[in-house]
Design a protein around this ligand. Structure first.
Ligand code: ZN
Length: 76
């Protein structure tokens, strides 16, 4: 399942949070909620998919640590 950058709406495989160098999963998850793509040292999409980004940001705010919940709601 995918999670989406809260800045530009870029989709990322949920499991990529396990592969961020120099950080653990919990920290990667928290950072992704704020930084999105920047966590993976890539730039944000330009132009952004604002609607997807906004939706993802809201879900990260509401569900926080429940990344599975966030991903499944985004898939609907
Ligand atoms: Zn992004």
């Amino acid at each position: 399942m995918d999670i989406y950058c809260p800045v530009c709406g870029e989709p990322w495989e949920m499991d990529s949070l396990h592969d961020v160098p120099g950080t653990n999963y919990a920290t990667a998850r928290k950072r992704f909620a704020r930084e999105g793509c920047a966590l993976f040292e890539t730039s944000h999409n330009d132009p952004p998919d604002s609607e997807t980004a906004m939706r993802s940001g809201v879900l990260f705010d509401l569900l926080g640590d429940d990344i599975d919940g966030i991903a499944s709601l985004m898939a609907e």
